[in-house]
Design a binder for this molecule. Structure first.
Ligand code: HEC
Ligand code: HEC
Length: 355
């Protein structure tokens, strides 16, 4: 018995050694420099960081270059920033995004505070920012460029000379390094310290107008707006999303037909039909139009949609109840959402080309 198990463990040790040895000869995608701490503004929770991609000042700088680089698209016309533009709080202001292959099916969500989300995309088909990053590059509707071509184009650009070596130890350009650098830059896109945060978490009772403070109460009250059932507000911080998927009836047609099945696409669970990830409401006054299909043009239209209980359908979320909101309640809710406009962190615009 003893003999047999030690043979097994010896064999396993050998396999492990080979595996580790094999890894060592591959290009490492882990940043090499000293990890930096990213400042978290008032109202946001501590920032989760992946162990295998600690952000460094060099990987963040590289990610910023890549985020604004149109060479990641097939005809050099689109960068990540074309659809996630810092001037519109990292959205594109369009109903549906326009990529190289035509219209995307969905509205571009903001990338701000996405570092906190347990799922990426409206349907949650990626889990991490690293995993998400490669997808728009190769997507035929979006940037439409095979990954090996992107890697070659980036490697050929003189602007990146030395940057991969500084961030990752060697000059090699790999998809993994591109993903890691993009994700690290995106982790710096934190927005908080809004009027709401100063009121709720900073003890400044004057930060909200009277109407906004009333709107906050409607937002939180389960018997009034019931908004915080999904757009979470916690004792010490608020992401205004539970990170989960709900069917609000947005996008449902006659006979319960969904032009976009949302979360169901990923899980194939019937009750997930028409469910989409709760979006954050931070900076929402600046990110119109709204919903996964960009159908609602103003915050007033959104509030009226909820006041009607959403659109009824077979899979409507139980928290989507008919709520009674009078005219003042509705105005107050809109005013409250306007108090969620936060600060922009420094160094998130297009990088200086000369550097
Ligand atoms: C053509 C426009 C377009 C381009 C270019 C684009 N995106 Fe997006 N992005 C979108 C749309 C639309 C979605 C939502 C798609 C969905 O949910 O199916 C999205 C979703 C995301 C999300 C998920 C956010 C969330 O809350 O779920 C992240 C992160 C993101 N993009 C980052 C990037 C990065 C990094 C790049 C560049 C490599 C990029 N995007 C390029 C349009 C674009
Ligand atoms: C059952 C969960 C739930 C409740 C309750 C809820 N929401 Fe939402 N909210 C969502 C989901 C999910 C979406 C995205 C729906 C879609 O695009 O199909 C959304 C979208 C929004 C948007 C659009 C944001 C954007 O960037 O497109 C706003 C604004 C909003 N909700 C405000 C509110 C307000 C105000 C209330 C209360 C009156 C409320 N929500 C109640 C889950 C909820």
């Amino acid at each position: 018995m003893f003999f047999r198990s030690s043979v097994v463990s010896l064999t396993m040790a050998a396999v492990l050694l080979i595996a580790v040895g094999g890894c060592r000869s591959r290009v490492q995608n882990r940043p090499v420099g000293k990890a930096v701490s990213i400042a978290v503004p008032l109202g946001l929770p501590p920032l989760p960081l992946p162990r295998d991609n600690p952000p460094t000042s060099d990987s963040i700088a590289l990610g910023r270059m890549l985020f604004f680089d149109k060479h990641l698209s097939q005809d050099d016309s689109l960068a990540c920033s074309s659809c996630h533009n810092p001037q519109t709080y990292f959205t594109d202001g369009q109903r549906l995004s326009k990529g190289l292959g035509g219209m995307s099916l969905r509205n571009a969500p903001t990338v701000m505070n996405a570092a906190y989300l347990p799922f990426q995309f409206w349907d949650g088909r990626a889990l991490t920012l690293e995993e998400q990053a490669a997808s728009p590059i190769a997507d035929p509707i979006e940037m439409n460029q095979p990954h090996n071509v992107s890697v070659k184009k980036i490697a050929a650009e003189s602007a990146y000379k030395g940057m991969f070596a500084k961030a990752f130890g060697t000059d090699n350009v790999t998809l993994g390094r591109i993903e890691n650098a993009l994700a690290s830059f995106e982790r710096t896109l934190l927005s908080g310290n809004s009027a709401f945060d100063r009121y709720q978490y900073g003890g400044d009772q004057t930060a909200l107008t009277i109407s906004q403070a009333r709107g906050l109460a409607v937002f939180l009250d389960p018997n009034k707006g019931n908004c915080a059932a999904c757009h979470t507000v916690r004792p010490h911080d608020a992401l205004f999303t539970d990170g989960k998927f709900h069917n609000t009836g947005e996008g449902v047609g006659d006979l319960d037909q969904f032009s976009d099945v949302g979360r169901y696409h990923e899980t194939k669970v019937k009750t997930d039909t028409g469910a989409f990830k709760t979006p954050t409401l931070r900076n929402v006054a600046n990110t119109a139009p709204y919903m996964h299909d960009g159908r609602l043009k103003t915050l007033k239209e959104v509030v009226d949609f909820y006041a009607g209980g959403g659109n009824s359908n077979l899979y409507l979320d139980p928290e989507m109840k008919k709520i009674h909101l009078n005219g003042t309640d509705r105005e107050d809710l809109v005013a409250f959402m306007q108090s969620l406009t936060g600060e922009m962190p420094p160094d998130v615009g297009p990088p200086d080309k000369k550097k």
